[in-house]
Design a protein around this ligand. Sequence first.
Ligand SMILES: NC(=O)c1ccc[n+]([C@@H]2O[C@H](COP(=O)([O-])OP(=O)(O)OC[C@H]3O[C@@H](n4cnc5c(N)ncnc54)[C@H](OP(=O)(O)O)[C@@H]3O)[C@@H](O)[C@H]2O)c1
Length: 397
Amino acid sequence: MRRDTMTPDNRSPGPPVSVLVAGLGNLGGVILELLAREPGVGRLVAASRDEARGVARVNLARLGALAQGRAPDVTFAPLDITDAGGVGDLLRREAPDVVVVTASLETWWLPDLLPAEARAPLARAGFGAWLPVHLALPLAFMRAASAAGFRGHVLTAPFPDVVNCVLGRVGVAPACGVGNLDEIVPKVRHLAADRLGAPIDEIDVTLVAHHALERITFGATPPGELPPHFLRVARGGRDVTREVDAEALLRAPYPLAWGPVMHFLTAGSTVRLVGALASETPVRLHAPGPAGLPGGYPVLASRAGVTLAPIEGLTRDEAVAINERSHRFDGIARVEADGTTVLVDETAAVLRETLGYDGARVAPDEAALMARDLLARFREYAARHGVDVARARRMGA
Ligand SMILES: NC(=O)c1ccc[n+]([C@@H]2O[C@H](COP(=O)([O-])OP(=O)(O)OC[C@H]3O[C@@H](n4cnc5c(N)ncnc54)[C@H](OP(=O)(O)O)[C@@H]3O)[C@@H](O)[C@H]2O)c1
């Protein structure tokens, strides 16, 4: 593997990219803050439904960047992703090079607020239980973007390891997702460098892994069988996977601030990816859900787009098979040819028993309706266990 495609330091920056952040909740806000301070970013538009909150967020990002010595061209635009015409108009008007979709019907960290006995069954169900909540808006956005003939690169945040796979099945795959396995890679790099006493710049990690691996890697799910994955660590091009005991590094305790504050980690991954999309030459990094594939992979990103990076000793089909087999660790049995997603029996049973919700099969067109039902039942469940979801959201956002 050549070192010159391995680190962002080797990118050859072209002109600055213009970026639209679609969805201005907690993650969108953090991504906006970092992008506003990024030299490779040109025009920056933040779009969401709540105009007053959105304008205030944009003003904060502008002043923060100015305070830091940068003067970003950043504005707010109203956007309701369920209005396909409005999405098309915005994309035609702004013509961004890159869109980062962070809009979602609900955030991911609320179940973690429940008391242990109420949280445990939902954790056992896997994150796939919440698929409709994370699927509905990226699906609406990608359909609207496709209808408008949008040609820019779209990056998605909501559960891309599965959502992008569904989007691919219905013919509207985004370029790739952000975060997830790209949040595990820095942990392994850091620990490997420590173990070898090597400068971190010399350490390269190659990982094929699904979202399901991340919670275990950071201790949020009790240790158990790890989802299938492929992991290689190299130092200056030499394979040191065994020397550093890379598998142990995955499981090694690594206390991490949990909850919305983790969005700084996701945003770091996103900003690097956006920077790579400004590069004339390919930059090797990791991303979930490229080209509608399940799980995450090493990818090559440049102004031309995102492609899978070749992995020595592992074919593309083998890599995809690893992530197909990992779906079930997130409660997903399979994604069918028309994008209908089938939950594993245990996940469907937990949802029935805890929330009284029946949703073993998620057809893409029913995701929005199912999400509304699922969220209403979750709010009741949370209230029964002493958690006021609306209040918790206000505190976290
Ligand atoms: N890939 C990763 O590594 C990673 C990491 C963290 C989070 N995530 C995912 O990222 C997503 C966002 O997380 P979050 O914590 O930022 O959630 P959040 O705080 O709830 O933000 C979601 C935002 O979506 C916007 N939205 C909702 N409906 C909309 C619509 N119809 N049109 C336009 N915008 C709409 C809302 O803003 P308005 O009310 O202003 O419209 C809301 O604030 C979730 O799916 C989460 O699971 C992924």
